[in-house]
Design a binder for this molecule. Sequence first.
Ligand code: SF4
Length: 948
Amino acid sequence: MTLPRRKDNLVTQSPQVQSPIHEICVAVDLETTGLDSERDEIIEIGAVKFQGDEVLDTFQTLVNPGRPLPPFIRALTGITQKDLDGAPYFSSVAPDLMAFLGSHPIVGQNISFDLAFLRQKLVAQSNPAYDTRDLASALMPYFPEYSLGRLVEELGLGHARPHRAWDDADVTRQVYLALVEHALEVPAHQISEIARWAMRSRWSMAQLFKRIENAALSASPPAKMDQALDLEALRKRLPRSRPLSANVDLVPIDISLLERLFAPDGPLSRRFPGYEARQEQQRMAVEVAKAINGAEHLVVEAGTGVGKSVAYLLPAMLFAVANNKRVVVSTATINLQDQLIRKDIPALIEALSTEPEFSNAEIKVAQLKGRANYLCLRRWLNLRDSETLSQEEARLLSKTMLWMQDTTTGDRAEIGTAGRELQAWPHFSADGGDCVAPEGVCFFRHAKDEAESAHILVVNHSLLLTDLARGGGAIPPYDYLIIDEAHHLEEEATKRFGFDIIHRETESLVDGLVSAGGMVEKTRFAVRLSSLADHRRRDFEELLTRLAEDTLHWRQMWHQFRKVIYSVMLQYRDASDDSSQIQVTSSTRAQPAWADVEIAWENADLSLKEALDGLTEALEAIEDSSDIQIPNQDAVALEASALLQQGTDLRDHTLEFVIHPRKEMIYWLTAGVIEGTAEMHAAPLSVAPALQDGLFAQTKSVVMTSATLSADGTFDYFRRRVGIELSSELLVGSPFNYKKAVLLATPPDIPEPTTGGYQSAVADAVIELALAAEGRTMVLFTSYNALRATHAAVLGPLSAAGIRLLGQGIEAPPRQLLRSFQDDPKAVLLGTNTFWEGVDLRGGQLKVLILARLPFNPPSDPVFAARSELFEDPFKEFAVPQAILRFRQGFGRLIRSQEDRGVVVVLDRRLSSRAYGKTFIEAIPPCTTTDAPITALRGQVHEWLQRP
Ligand code: SF4
């Protein structure tokens, strides 16, 4: 529905209803010295008064903050100290600004940030506020992010000077208008629902949505008020599918057919332009086929550029289709999962369809994730009718309602959710609670149905191992499994076979029970509206009051317990060690102070037990009341059951941690997010037995592959870590010519990492090398402190040379940083853990890769320390192989395609000064090397990058 436009570009409307497009608003943006409205100051104000497409007036000024401008802000905005020294103080511009704003609604991106600064100075105290991020988040479910830059991009707008106040204000105006126009095209009955939820949650956008609703209804009153969500249409989009029924006699993969598919004139060459038959790829595919045919396990390392996903997918598809037998493929990262589902598998199906053997074959593919990823329709319907909603819930209801008009998966990954919306997602998700999988519409059940009917089922390591830890049930039974990115297997199993008792989780239990809109309040509300007899209603009320009191008492006792644990942690921590974590061993427990922990736990446990007993009683009372119509009975029962499960898990885990530790587990404490409190963690000493018994012994064939599985030329280390004894193995190198593509520099004039002067030498080297490459440089650190120190030291010199600096955890979240780095040819990216792998920068996007130091695990890491004790020579047998694998992953970031060329610089002298150094060099493909000092390296780097 598009509203007719007048000549002046304003929307035609009946006289009595004013469209939001008609409303005079002021778009505002501020630049400031920092993020804290109480400590930081405004340095620039930009504002645009507008009505529809017409700009009525503008306001723009720099503001003298009366303090030095931080270098980071100078680099971000381009505003200099000199610009500000001559600018007026805020007090002089405030009267004009107040007159400009009047009482008009203020429009802004993350407007609460700007309003906090203005209201601190008594400006814009009562203007209505419309946030473009909120608006987009509610109305544009498929936008991946809601940052201003991303909104501008998604809406096809231009943005000349980001991070300058007037430009940001003007582009925010354009974003706002585009979003309101879009809202006016949303069917009136859906906008009415959004307006209703906004009102119920007292969301500041309620007034705007009401206006949009009025305009929509007045422009096109619906004949009847349809349901905003058509459940029947949704049911039709989620048809039931038939589970796969495997052939009794399995037919092996025809190896000659497989080889023919890879031939230079085969279907792959016809499907993929520029296809080159690669020996390494074909060899791997044949070995995978043999492993599946022979029901054997296989470990394969395939260097970058082998095309390993095609090499395992093709034999898997041939086998699965010929036998109607499921093959499960597990990946660690979402990137690879997406690549398989959206790109590789459809392309292979297309290629196979040209072969006579497959022209009639139906190859079914599905993706399955953990329950928490799927929207639970039962919870959604309950929230839709709830009288008590938070703003995040209202926003998520709006977004998911629009999304459900056409999604066929209900998978959260299809929509953008971030920040506090993510915290509200558990109220919408299919995770937890008593789920009886009724005959109604259910996204999770649909995903499981699809999984059961699929030849190739793509899952992730997290689901694979969680399912294993819980004894199965989530993934349909499988005999054939391919684990890609298998170097993550141990780490992921460590997480899934252990547990964490952290503040956020315990608070969410308390909030779920007693916060505004929590289970107690919802139940109380429902009971008041029910047809229960007076005496039963009174009993119910008393039960809920007791439950709320017991929960709050438990929270108090729990807090005490965490304080006691923290004080014990301080006592045990070596005074010379500033580590914020300590391992809890049998000798820790033998110390007298541990008795205090046990006493504090007994008190906390007693109160937790009382609260859980009360919750059980409440749940039984709710369920027993099915005859007497409690409104939303289903919702409160589901919520109560999920909370009961959460509380029981918490109790069991804490009991194990404090009183009944298991000898096969590692336990440790870390400092909590709340000062003076501690958090508890547990992980298995070895994941090998569980993987061996639960996975390798139960499955006919497991193929494990990655570009980095071998250390010192063998798979011994990997095999021991994951517990795979019997298997074939294959190591195929990369087809790339690294001698031609990589200059490997190991400058000898860098001090050893533990000596004085190292940090400043790293900073100097980063500056030299980034200038030589004119950007396109990524620096990988092993610690966040080193990253921050380098960031502070190189920011000025690089900014002065026109090179943009992007620091993980400083400028933006990792995904956004990577996009900025890709878009800006003159940028330097400083990253830690997440950037050591999975980053795929091709086509010359990365020219210089700097590894600040060899990636040894910190000895203070409790899991590493405990596992080290299992070795005779822990350094040689454990620390070095682990660091080599990480080093190879970091090194692998540079060359991603045949055309890539660049320089790797390792700023760690131990590579040449220690005996183990050469094992690191031998673990990577042979490159052209130089040991020129940093001072001479700049010229060499420049010259190497200029070579054709
Ligand atoms: S079956 Fe479970 S996950 Fe599915 S809609 Fe019902 S309660 Fe939600």
